[in-house]
Design a protein around this ligand. Structure first.
Ligand SMILES: *[C@@H]1O[C@H](CO)[C@@H](O)[C@H](O)[C@H]1NC(C)=O
Length: 228
């Protein structure tokens, strides 16, 4: 029983002396930036222990097409060191918060040649074993062509649909208006005829031109009815 308690307390308090455990380091997977802009590359880690006073972060950079990585940043004992020779000597700023396990860096004024792989390693002594994590940086001159083409296609389709809807709308309005118009015309004509027959008993001799016109109108109406 006593041994069990002792063992349990050791396990619970996590005071297994000098035994290090693995930590897990996270960065993004891929980041895209535009020439001249700034970009934040984040790095954090997971560890079972409290964050150590001696937490360290280090970043290396491997340009695309190169085999060698160069160290560009190191944080240790509360001090941040930026490489003073490499491509990021004046363009790198530490924006992390080591107490919160954040080892992020800010790359400023991105250059077209900054394409490459950035690798972050972190240690939280005595947890010092972890696989460094890498993030790929792609720098674009403007909007990426692929994205531009896709965006253009989407805009084109949307505009096309809008035009189609407008055309259909006006076509429908035109057709409805024509039907209503023809209906009102035929009603109007009928009423006039009935009224004239009731009120005026003996129809006074109409002028020949008017009679002709009325006849032609009647013919027209009849031909329309036939068509329908
Ligand atoms: C960086 O990567 C982008 C995307 O793949 C590419 O368009 C650009 O040409 C690359 N820059 C250089 C200098 O290779």
């Amino acid at each position: 029983m006593l041994t069990f308690l002792a063992l349990a307390s050791v396990v619970l308090l996590g005071i297994v002396p000098e035994q290090s455990q693995a930590i897990v380091i996270y960065t993004g997977w891929e980041r895209h930036g535009l020439v001249g802009s700034d970009i934040r590359l984040s790095c954090s880690f997971f560890s079972w222990r409290w964050t150590s006073e001696d937490v360290t972060f280090s970043w290396t950079y491997r340009p695309d097409g190169s085999r060698d990585s160069i160290s560009i940043f190191h944080y240790t004992s509360g001090v941040a060191y930026v490489d003073n020779k490499g491509p990021f000597r004046d363009r790198l700023e530490f924006v992390g918060n080591p107490g919160r396990r954040d080892g992020s860096i800010l790359l400023k004024n991105l250059d077209f040649n900054d394409n490459g792989t950035f690798t972050c390693d972190a240690k939280n002594p005595p947890d010092i074993v972890g696989r460094p994590s890498s993030v790929r940086l792609l720098v674009f001159e403007k909007v990426p062509i692929q994205a531009g083409v896709i965006t253009g296609a989407i805009i084109g389709v949307v505009l096309g649909l809008l035009v189609l809807i407008v055309v259909i709308y006006y076509l429908m309005r035109f057709l409805v208006a024509r039907r209503v118009f023809s209906l009102s015309v035929s009603k109007h004509g009928k009423k006039k005829k009935e009224g004239s027959q009731q009120r005026q008993g003996p129809v006074p001799p109409a002028e020949p031109s008017k009679v002709k016109a009325a006849a032609s109108e009647k013919k027209k109406q009849e031909s329309r009815k036939d068509k329908k």
